[in-house]
Each structure stands twice: as structure tokens, then as C-alpha cells.
Design a protein. Sequence first.
Length: 88
Amino acid sequence: MGILSWIILGLVAGALAKAIRPGRDPQGCLITMFIGIIGAVLGGWIATQLGWGSVDGFNLYSILVATGGAVLALFIWAAVTGRRNRDV
């Protein structure tokens, strides 16, 4: 999979993860896109390490794995930066 495909997959995963994760996140769109790209890579690496197969191409499996990684990355980002979900 080329770098452009990873970026597009990461952008889609970041948007989906932002919609899935509860609460408000104060970071902007650029941080969310960056976290989505990192999450796509993280999700693909974890899936490969667990023996679920590699992420290859732009398909439903790849989107699900990348979105899972992006949700995980958003939770890690919130923990590292000290921001908590505050529903008002």
C-alpha cells in the first residue's frame, strides 16, 4: 500500500474514530487527521502482530483495523495530554 493510501485511510479512520469516541475533544481537525494516520499505522501493526493478517489495500477490513487503531490513539492522546471527556 502506498503512502498516499495510508494517508487517505488514516484520514477516514481519524474521522470515524472522532465520531465513535464519546465526549468532546478540544483538538482541531489537523491533530485529528494526524492521530488518524498514526492510528492506522498502529492498528495495522497490532493486527499483524496478533496474526490477523496484514492490512493490504483500501477495503472494509483495513478501514476497521485503522479505525480501531485511531480510537486507541485518541484514548492515548487524551491520557498523555491530560484531557478528560467532559460531557456538558
